[in-house]
Design a protein around this ligand. Structure first.
Ligand SMILES: [Zn+2]
Length: 375
């Protein structure tokens, strides 16, 4: 049963609805190993190896064969082979092996990673852009003395110009979700913008302006249709106060915008709370991307938890890959194998039919995203 499902899922292209660029230029081993730790951006201590965790083991198991190595190749052999091929060839192999038809790329986190067009060209897939609110806010404050009008105008102009299919907020990193979500008075937006500008207008952390940005995005979504708003939720680096990113803290906002299209990204370790919100609000969707890669051999348990109370039409696939293209492939591979494992267990116990299992896998893998983002 599980083999049949794995085979069926392997042939079906995925829509990766939240991803970043891949590296194309060569780097050293510490860059690579640091990229296998989401929580810390510090260099690893000398005694530790970036490979000695679930993600590192999953890379050696599932990525090594794509580089012509045996599964579970040793870390040193893996690194040597990777280096001899070069980052661009490594990226080409992993991206084309991922079986993704559409990449929805968050371009708001600049770094050494490639552009959405390069991701598409290397994998023979389509690329689409997602606009990050806080990066745009930081441009708007620099260019205009009239922020309250300038930000919504810049947001709409950017969406049109980039033909973006969605928007994203990193409020989780900037303020957390325990905000006063009530509508800020016009005067308080103007005052907060003036304060921010006077302090140099760099990284946006003002709760009034974070709330204003999200409300501007939801107003635009209502007017134009489509354009779901993605929220980073849960698992991330330690800059974030993880305990303040429980998505239940979004309840006041979700009650006010009960029909808005909102995607809760990653969600770990709050995937059950996110699943409940997806049941409670017509427009709320979730994925368990990023954490699937980090849980490696334990990722089927996370996929199983995402299939508890959330309606099946509200689940999405993402890798949240950034940097090494192993992550773009591994997200897809572990999602396919974990989903096949969880669903085949339902079928074997007589709870689900094979037809239903395949239908739900198709919904999560691509159909829900195609409908939601109007691809
Ligand atoms: Zn991301």
């Amino acid at each position: 049963m599980i083999d049949e499902l794995v085979e069926q899922l392997r042939d079906r292209p995925l829509i990766d609805h939240h991803v970043h660029g891949a590296w194309l230029s060569d780097g050293d081993r510490s860059r690579f190993e640091n990229a296998l730790n989401e929580g810390s951006t510090d260099p690893l201590p000398g005694w530790d190896s970036g490979f000695d965790n679930q993600l590192g083991f999953a890379i050696r198991a599932h990525c090594a064969p794509v580089l012509d190595l045996e599964p579970h190749a040793a870390a040193d052999a893996y690194w040597q082979r990777r280096t001899s091929l070069g980052e661009a060839e490594v990226a080409r192999r992993f991206l084309s092996a991922a079986g993704v038809s559409d990449w929805l790329v968050d371009t708001g986190f600049p770094g050494e990673t490639c552009e959405p067009e390069e991701l598409a060209a290397l994998s023979g897939a389509h690329d689409h852009r997602v606009i990050r609110l806080e990066s745009l806010a930081e441009q708007a404050i620099a260019d205009s003395a009239n922020y309250a009008e300038a930000f919504p105008a810049l947001l709409e102009a950017t969406i049109t110009q980039e033909q973006a299919v969605g928007m994203k907020t990193v409020a989780a990193y900037r303020t957390g979700f325990d905000l006063d979500w009530s509508e800020p008075a016009a005067g308080s937006v103007v005052e907060a913008a003036a304060r921010w500008r006077d302090s140099g207008g760099r990284r946006l952390t003002d709760p009034v302006l974070i709330n204003f940005g999200i409300r501007s995005a939801l107003a635009l979504q209502k007017r134009r249709g489509g354009l779901p708003l993605q929220f980073h939720v849960g698992f991330g680096d330690r800059d974030e106060d993880l305990h303040r990113t429980d998505p239940l803290l979004l309840l006041p906002l979700l009650r006010e915008f009960a029909d808005a299209s909102i995607c809760l990204l990653h969600c770990y370790p709050f995937e059950r709370q996110a699943g409940y919100l997806a049941q409670a609000f017509a427009g709320v969707y979730l994925d368990v991307g990023l954490a699937i890669n980090y849980l490696g051999a334990r990722s089927p348990s996370l996929i199983a938890r995402s299939l508890e109370v959330a309606p099946f039409g509200k689940l999405l696939y993402s890798s949240d890959a950034y940097g090494p293209a192993e992550l773009h492939l591994l997200g897809a591979h572990l999602w396919r194998s974990g989903t096949a494992q969880v669903l085949s267990h339902f079928v074997e116990r007589g709870e689900w039919s094979t037809t239903d299992a395949l239908r739900v896998a198709g919904m999560i893998g691509s159909e829900n995203a195609r409908r939601l983002y109007r691809l």
